[in-house]
Design a protein around this ligand. Sequence first.
Ligand SMILES: Nc1ncnc2c1ncn2[C@@H]1O[C@H](COP(=O)(O)OP(=O)(O)OP(=O)(O)O)[C@@H](O)[C@H]1O
Ligand SMILES: [Mg+2]
Length: 310
Amino acid sequence: MAEKHLFLGVEAIWASPRMRDLFEQVRRIAQSALPVILLGESGSGREVIARALHSCSPRHPKPFVDLSCGSLPADLIESELFGHERGSLSAPRSTRPGLLELAHQGTLFLNEIGSLAPRTEAKLLQAFDSAHGRRLGHVRQPRTDVRIIAATSAPSSAQRLFSALSARDTAQLLKIPPLRERPEDIEFLACHFLSQQNPELRFASGAMTALYSYLWPGNVRELRNTVLRSALMAKGPLLHADDILFSPAVPGATAGVAGLEPALIRQALADSGGRLQRAADSLGISRHALSRKIRSYGLNPTTLIERISV
Ligand SMILES: Nc1ncnc2c1ncn2[C@@H]1O[C@H](COP(=O)(O)OP(=O)(O)OP(=O)(O)O)[C@@H](O)[C@H]1O
Ligand SMILES: [Mg+2]
């Protein structure tokens, strides 16, 4: 069954067992103040998970501060994090609080930390370790209590972060699966985005097969953009396969014949009203082989035949 929640104004939807497990972990981990590392591809929902961690935590009434590290130069990191005192070298004229101070008792989310140059990343981690909450040029050191969540798409940077952040407390590592590894979410997400764009529109079954046969290298962000763009192409109440405007070809983005298998299995189960034997017969495989494939693709036969009800 699909779930739909609102975390700090951002909607999160999932139906796959992997995302259900992930959100259960989120609810558990949210109770502590331990640092969290999110390892996931761009567009997979790292920010959604960070917001969920904050809103499920006792810190939820306090600020959620978001720093996108992508374009952050090394020499600005310290003043961004710690702020600066009037008269300090970097800010002779004004006093500005740092993000750690702004996020006091709340959460600081550092997105795309893996895109920092190694020297900058090292400086940032050192900064956490050496002086929580010290404004540059500040004589006193106000103590700040901030939960750090850092997201990256590179396993090597997740490993470095894990060691660095664990120096103080044991960090938690959460892996966000790419969309192609949780096909059960595609239909619910696609229907949700479609109804946002135009509540009158529905997908024709061929359009859904096309969405399943694509590997979504840009993950949920790409699915959302594709659905919103394609909805403008509909000529009637149904959106057909031909109306789906995928992003310009990315090598390896289509699943090929083998990648169509989950879509074919879903279709067979839907056509057979969820009866495994009948679906297996129509696919020309044994019931046992079908059950194994359903498990290996993470498909759930009961949600496959339910109407979308998110
Ligand atoms: N489970 C989900 N349910 C609904 N919307 C989602 C879900 N996951 C992601 N999205 C949407 O997809 C888009 C990308 O999500 P998000 O910003 O969390 O990704 P990200 O991993 O931080 O990647 P990026 O760095 O590209 O922003 C957003 O519009 C977000 O609302
Ligand atoms: Mg984002």
